[in-house]
Design a protein around this ligand. Sequence first.
Ligand SMILES: CC(=O)N[C@H]1[C@@H](OP(=O)(O)O)O[C@H](CO)[C@@H](O)[C@@H]1O
Ligand SMILES: [Mg+2]
Length: 559
Amino acid sequence: MNENQQSLLLESAARFPPPKGVKLSYGTAGFRADASLLESTVFRVGILAALRSLKTGSVIGLMITASHNKVSDNGIKVADPSGGMLTQDWEPFSDAIANAPDPHSLLQLITEFVKKEEIGFEGRQPAAEVLLGRDTRPSGEALLEAAKQGITSIIGAIGTDMGVVTTPQLHWMVRARNGGLEASESSYFHQLSTSFRCLMDLKPEGISKNGNDATLLVDGADGVGGEKLEQFKKMLAGLCIEVRNRGDGILNEGVGADYVQKEKVAPRSFGSADTGLRCASLDGDADRLVYFSVLSNENNKIELVDGDKILSLFALFIKEQLSILNEGEDKKGNDSYQARLGVVQTAYANGASTDYLKEMGLEVVLTPTGVKYLHEKAAEFDIGIYFEANGHGTILFSEAFLCWLETSHKTLLSTSEGSVKQKAASRLLAVSQLINQAVGDALSGLLLVEVILKYMGWSIHRWNELYHDLPSRQLKVKVVDRTAVVTANAETVTVQPIGIQEAMNAEIAKYPRGRCFIRPSGTEDVIRVYAEATTQDAADALASSVARLVDQYLGFGSS
Ligand SMILES: CC(=O)N[C@H]1[C@@H](OP(=O)(O)O)O[C@H](CO)[C@@H](O)[C@@H]1O
Ligand SMILES: [Mg+2]
């Protein structure tokens, strides 16, 4: 780095002093905190994004959002060239610069990192480009400006403001730009609506209705997703959507996918008048989706159709299309492609969903919590479907498989057998266009659910009957130091503190089909406890006894 660059960094960093006594970490999903604490972090992540763009020679994304957190919080996440999450190799650097106490120590960290990563400052003009987006939080505009100043304190880097967008829209745009395509909201809406229409046109004739033609009611969490869907729904012929909570109330307060999934109650503006209808809920930045239906007679209680069931529905549909494509191919010895279809879940997936997927003959892989881990694993399959129980997930298609699919789609003969197969190939190609390949996306996920329900002729209730969830309970325990809990085997086993797993095993053994694990949260200062058993009382009792163990081993009275 030359002297001009160094003095520009020192001068601009001096305008964004970090708050005293606050330690931030990149965490499960970027930096998150009260918005008033974030200006300097966001400025510094702007520098990081510009460096990442220089290093990769590609466009990078920066999204200002705190997702389902309260409206006074905010946060920042980085999108890598593929549109996926920032490479985990750069997380320690992001933590280090976010916490550097003054401009000189910041400059030193940057200088060392640039040298280690061999980042060159010469070449193309502009040398680096970062796409910026934000959700509807009032603090977003000022934070976006701070991020822009971080970007432009790297000479030759520019920041392009994409305005108020959902998190998945921004990731999609980064992926599109790096693939040489147009990165705009209209091209995103165009791709989704075109592939949606294509799938609707390919649904089999004579499917019985089962009530799935009724209006879909959507809870927009009073955030960006509701706004966008209200705009977008006009382009979706054949689907009737009513969006509620689209920004007139307080973001995430008694609304949104996180609230609905964790509390298992209907969000604000939904009630007994909606009993039995098909409803969906988005989170604050529209990267999570759950479905639900209000139960009659019971106070705001719902039938929850969570991420595990969305995953199961997708897996069922994809598997069916693959078997149509491969029918009879073994006998003929043609160039059929045995696509590897796999599903990825975390330990939070309901045990009944994992059993169901295994019974379908699918390869099921567990990873630690956090989309970055699930996404990485899903990318190892030809078709990898991943979902967290909370509704974040997508389907990834390998380049090799898509290439084969496009070729066979073209060459399939228009014999009766060929046309059936050609339709299956068309459906899979349309799914790869509809479903966001960069990151979990509530809007594209919702369209795929809707089209599959239409294809099957299923109501939300029929879908929910795929399997019955085992009763479960989640608890949080405050401890002295949550890093004292160390887990292994995708967080299913606790290796530290020593002895706690054996004590947990003794509790688990008391309940038929009992399952329980603990882990430190990556977004809150707590230990999370998850328990599952054959009855709600048993799941509650198991969770409480393990929470007591956590408190004994690690709580404030333990030392
Ligand atoms: C049990 C649970 O829902 N955990 C969530 C939550 O992470 P924790 O590390 O559990 O706090 O937030 C993450 C980011 O949104 C999400 O990926 C994850 O699934
Ligand atoms: Mg979110």
